[in-house]
Design a protein around this ligand. Structure first.
Ligand SMILES: [Zn+2]
Ligand SMILES: [Zn+2]
Length: 349
């Protein structure tokens, strides 16, 4: 079968990839569509160190082909969106509703794929850039069949991360003020999360003025090309500032824009050893800096919720997809993503 494999040197679309049958508690999914997220490119450029060879891709949707022993929540033919969270479901963190904190869900990459007799790693417990992949049952979330799989594909990373950060982590409330720095795939989802939460003023900041129309479509009430103008709109600062770029100077700006009791939520990914600084006394007024893994999501709850909000027209998915490519055109999709020409490119199988 076809798949997108990174061997440590180059990315190739191969057609000699195989995947093993699902074991107990696993699901084999035929992928229909998968979004190209910046994290896939971060594996290729080394920002995210990962063992190779590896099948890329980590936000996808498709059709269940077969299930292993003990799997009863999905059946062959069901449409599913995949999460990257292979949490165990039995540890204290899982049990308290924090599957993103499950220690079983971090690290430990499996190798369900092979080329010839050589095993190939799975990226983010997912590897959606393959015609078929095997995931843990907990990662396969059933969605209604009337949702296009190319749209549902985006829920598993960008939507869970961006909307989840607003609803689950920051818990933005009706009437709150929100600033979103960076309006790429994650930033747009933060914007629509803030709209869903009932934020009254939602200020998008992006150096690229061409992003304004999309930002407003997703919920921004104001758009600025620099954070400098935020104080004119919000003289006492913002209740929530989301940094979605991953640059330390923008993290500092996010903290400096906080109102009393405000919180800065860090969603961008600078290199692993990056350090940021802030004025300690600026934290005294009950301010906070929050990390956030994967939108603090509970995928079996959140994915069906977002699917239903999409059906009601309250959550945008189709508008996130700015281009679709057959998987063979991965290189073009990658070039478009790297040049910032697309909010989200989707590969189809
Ligand atoms: Zn991603
Ligand atoms: Zn667990």
């Amino acid at each position: 079968m076809r798949g997108v494999v990174f061997d440590g040197e180059q990315v190739q679309v191969v057609d000699d990839l195989a995947v093993r049958e699902p074991g107990p508690g696993e699901v084999l999914v035929a992928i229909s569509a998968a979004g190209l997220c910046h994290s896939d490119l971060s594996v290729v450029d080394g920002t995210i160190p990962f063992p190779v060879p590896v099948v890329l891709g980590h936000e996808g949707a498709g059709v269940v082909e077969s299930v292993g022993a003990g799997v009863s929540h999905v059946a062959p033919g069901d449409h599913v969106a995949l999460s990257t969270l292979a949490n165990c479901g039995t540890c204290p963190e899982c049990d308290r509703g924090r599957p993103t904190m499950c220690r079983q869900a971090i690290g430990r990459p499996g190798r369900p794929f092979s080329r010839g007799d050589r095993p190939v790693h799975q990226f983010a417990c997912n590897s959606a850039f393959a015609e078929r992949t095997v995931v843990k049952a907990v990662q396969a979330v059933r969605i209604p069949k009337d949702i296009p799989l190319s749209s549902a594909a985006l829920i598993g990373c960008g939507v869970l991360t961006g909307v989840g950060a607003v609803l689950n982590r920051a818990r933005v409330d009706r009437g709150d003020t929100v600033v979103v720095i960076g309006t790429g795939g994650i930033g747009l989802n933060v914007l629509q999360g803030a709209r869903l939460a009932g934020a009254v003023r939602i200020v998008a900041v992006d150096a690229n003025p061409a992003k304004e129309a999309a930002a407003r479509q997703f919920g921004a009430t104001d758009f600025l090309t620099s954070a400098e103008g935020v104080r004119d709109l919000l003289p006492t600062g913002a209740d929530h500032v989301f940094e979605c770029v991953g640059r330390v100077e923008l993290i500092r700006q996010a903290i400096d824009l906080l109102d009393r009791h405000g919180q800065a939520v860090l969603l961008g990914m600078p290199r692993a050893t990056a350090e940021a600084s802030f004025v300690v006394s600026s934290m005294f007024l009950d301010k906070a800096i929050l990390g956030c893994r994967y939108g603090s999501s509970r995928p079996q709850r959140d994915i069906p919720l977002y699917a239903e909000l999409y059906r009601q027209g309250r959550l945008l998915l189709d508008e996130l997809v700015t281009a679709t490519y057959p998987v063979e055109d991965f290189e073009k999709a990658r070039a478009d993503a790297e040049a910032g020409r697309v909010a989200r490119g989707v590969l189809t199988f």
